[in-house]
Design a protein. Structure first.
Length: 450
């Protein structure tokens, strides 16, 4: 990977109306793999350590500002939609005094990698002094994309919109993504030279490439990195493409996906070696899974840590701050939230464990719940190592169950249980001999009389 020697800035265009999304949410804030598209871009940019980052917005400015608050990203406003060249020009003041290389990106093209950004910048500074470097790609269906005509050295001879191209030019498969790199000392000078003498009356950024006396170059990437999102349909397509690549990467890294197409990852999912993921598992953001874990079918994990050798599911739900210990078991229809299960602890069936610490080797019986919320505040439950909680028990927090203690099935525990004790908190059973038989006879006669 080349070392970048010049300061870097980035202009991210996000001023489009996004009308085809039919959403109150700004287009670039719709998520891919659990992270807004704009934040995908900013995360890739962070690897390059840019000195300045500017997002150009129109409508929905407040949403974008909130999304990047505290990140050092500047906001520029395009009040009128007068084309991509006009949008880039709005970043002029935010880049005042900056001398270096500028990447021009799009907030709705979220999957470009930092390696591809580096390739653009490396080509810009290779020594033959191109005024701009355009990112090209070769889609399976070039369709109506603008075409790039280049020589064998990647120097652009012509860029042409599809509607203006000849049949020979339309036969070219190298297409324009719209993303590019240029120098700060050139960018705004070039923008001043383009006009809006076109049918739409707009200033088009690609026009700077074909200005007389300028030489620009192209570098290529694959279609995956430059897939754009203008509708919910395209959002789903980008999500599907991202997931497909992530599944392949997981399997190459030593994860078994029984039915890969049914497993969904978040942008930051971390999986260890020899992890087995069964069908229909969903990973939300913030999940770390260590080696030798099995995640059974139809489980959902978010914000959770699963330690080595643990077993999850089927039909388990791990919510944020769930920490499942080494060789622990969370079984079917068990929900864990803000709770730690120690080494070898088990909650095999139909339980809710929230705001709790469960000690090593403890056993949580079916139907057990930690009653952690009184309608206003949350309270914690402490369960000691080796404790046994009988089925259908309710542990009313705050409460502590000592190490090795046993809670009898069906108990409602409201006071602490000392280590090694037995707690029974249920009504006594009463039997009335022959009552059920007499009741049935009585009711059958009553029904017959009607």
């Amino acid at each position: 990977m080349p070392t970048l020697t010049r300061p870097i800035a980035a202009i991210i265009l996000a001023a489009g109306q996004g009308t085809r999304m039919k959403s109150a949410k700004h287009k670039v804030l719709h998520p891919v793999a659990g992270r807004p598209m704009l934040l995908h871009l900013l995360a890739s940019l962070s690897d390059l350590k840019p000195e300045r980052q500017v997002v150009v917005v129109g409508a929905g400015r407040e949403q974008v500002e909130a999304a990047v608050a505290g990140s050092g990203v500047a906001i520029a406003v395009q009040g009128e939609q007068l084309g991509t060249g006009h949008a880039v020009a709005q970043a002029h003041d935010a880049l005042a005094g900056f001398v270096g290389d500028v990447l021009i990106l799009y907030g709705d093209v979220p999957l470009i990698s930092s390696a591809t950004m580096r390739a653009l910048l490396d080509r810009l500074n290779r020594g033959d002094d191109p005024r701009a470097v355009v990112l090209g790609f070769r889609p399976e269906e070039p369709g109506a994309y603008g075409r790039i005509i280049a020589d064998g050295q990647g120097i652009i001879e012509k860029m042409v919109e599809y509607k203006d191209a000849t049949e020979a030019e339309r036969a070219v498969t190298l297409c324009n993504s719209g993303l590019m790199a240029t120098r700060s000392t050139d960018l705004f000078v070039l923008l001043d030279k383009i006009d809006n003498a076109n049918a739409a009356g707009e200033y088009y950024l690609p026009d700077i490439i074909m200005l007389p006396g300028q030489k620009s170059a192209v570098v290529e990437t694959d279609s995956f990195e430059v897939a754009g999102v203008n509708s919910r349909i395209e959002l789903a397509q980008v999500e599907a493409a991202w997931q497909a690549q992530r599944r392949i990467a997981a399997m190459r890294d030593g994860v078994t996906l029984v039915a890969p197409e049914t497993v969904f990852f978040a942008h930051d999912t971390v999986l260890g070696r020899d992890v087995v993921v069964e069908p229909h598992v969903v990973f939300g953001p913030g999940v770390v899974v260590e080696d030798d874990v099995t995640i059974h079918a139809f489980s959902h994990l978010e914000g959770a840590t699963v330690r080595r050798g643990a077993e999850i599911g089927p039909y388990a739900r791990l919510r944020p701050a769930a920490d499942i210990g080494v060789n622990a078991k969370v079984g079917n229809f068990v929900e864990v939230k803000k709770a730690t299960l120690g080494e070898g602890a088990k909650a095999n069936h139909l339980s809710y464990i929230g705001d709790a610490n469960v000690g090593a080797g403890a056993n949580i019986g079916a139907g057990t719940i930690t009653c952690n919320y009184d309608g206003y505040l949350k309270y914690r439950t402490e369960i000691g190592a080796g404790a046994f909680i009988g089925s259908n028990s309710a542990l009313v927090a705050p409460v502590s169950i000592g190490a090795g203690a046993i809670v009898g099935a069906g108990s409602v525990v409201t006071r602490d249980v000392a280590a090694g004790d037995l707690a029974l908190a249920r009504g006594s059973q009463e039997a009335r001999s022959g009552w059920a038989t007499a009741f049935r006879v009585k009711m059958a006669a009553k029904k017959a009389a009607k």
